[in-house]
Design a protein around this ligand. Sequence first.
Ligand code: GLU
Length: 498
Amino acid sequence: MSVRVRFAPSPTGPLHIGGVRTALYNYLFARKMGGKMLLRIEDTDQTRLVPGAQDYILEALQWIGISIDEGVGSGGELGPYVQSERKDIYARYAQELLDKGQAYYAFDTPEELDQMRKELEEAKVDNISYNAFTRMKMKNSITLPAGEVKAKLEAGEPYVIRLKVPLKDEIRFKDLVRGWVSVHSSTIDDKILMKSDGMPTYHLANIVDDHLMEITHVIRGEEWLPSAPLHILLYKAFGWQAPEFAHLPLLLKPEGNGKLSKRDGVLGDFPVFPLEWKDPVSGDISRGFREDGYYPEAVMNFLALLGWNPGNDQELMSREELIELFDIHNIQKAGARFDVNKAKWFNQQYLRKKENDVLAAELDKEIGNPALSARIVELMKDRVDFVREMKAGVPFVFEAPAEYDKEVAAKKWDDLARNAMPVITAALAEVTDFASQHIHDAIFGQLEAAGIKPGKVMQALRLAVTGEGKGPDLMLIMEILGKEETVRRIGRATEVLG
Ligand code: GLU
């Protein structure tokens, strides 16, 4: 049996980062098993469609590096892969269930349904639903004479098609993450399969498509676990073999309590969407990992570990390693805490692995001076999580300090420093090839010759050159500034700080 999995988002807005993780686990599993990854768009609830959402989903998957073998954007033999283009297929299968006596027409008006609810409430019934008991009091093709049903259908009276859930049945299935799940059919209501507008509900469309698209494993978020027993019943009603199920743990808020929401991102100042999204109605912008400067491979690695681990504490894994190590049995049951600092850490690790010239090209989009960008990368590569932080980390490369850190000045601009500055200036004057190693040797040599321990005055020198008490390699900074500018800055600090 060859594995076929699908990612089946509804285009109701931007794909949440939890949705990206679901897609990623499907993808890793498909690649690991040598199977196929499908993309299906579930848009049967036309009232919730959001313009641009489908394109956003495709772009987000592409950015992260989740490639699709079959489905929307990739084609395939078992399409169409957009549910709104499959209406007549669902109608056929609903008819099949009607013919088999596994589903029935229901003609109840909203008022009649309300009335039923009220009566059950008054009778203090716990389980208020349309089910094996209550259906017998309602207007449907089980209770009405066949002739009347026919007449109603012919007259075009509105109806829905409901699943005839058996009264006494135990539904058992083994979820690959959660283990055995067992539910009694009396807890499931006679779910609507076809709505009065002729559109299928999510449940019917989802099952029919998973069957027709030959899906072997349904890997999806935990919020769908309560629907799984109903889905199993539907497979039974059709007489089809159900796929395997794996329900993924929730992504939790950074504090670890409750589901991660869009609001958490706003409050905690971090993205919860893969790409930036502009709401087509309100115009509100939601931040994206991409626009925040994350590398897709870092996000992939970070997401892979939100709910799964390779069985040891290895954290840094390339796409190839993730595929190699991915094992559905190592997915955890417990919710996974979303920690944006961990995401930043992954980005930092991937940034450090990049070649300097790649980083310099990226930085130069902001700087517009390739030689200078290359130098800044040398200074900052080991000190940032994102390339976008590099320029802000070296203001002194662009301008002489306008002021000097007061605390550092009070502590370090002492008599020793005052005596050292002319020695340093003299040392610099003698350096012909103004490169960091020569600068270092000259300064240290002269200071020691003058009986000054270099370590004691380095912070004062940094203060003079950059205005700050700490920062990247000082010798390299002086090299980048050049001899003249460095000497000028030392002179100016001596004047200002006295
Ligand atoms: N359309 C559903 C969603 O948006 C898919 C659920 C499933 O994977 O079965 O999450």
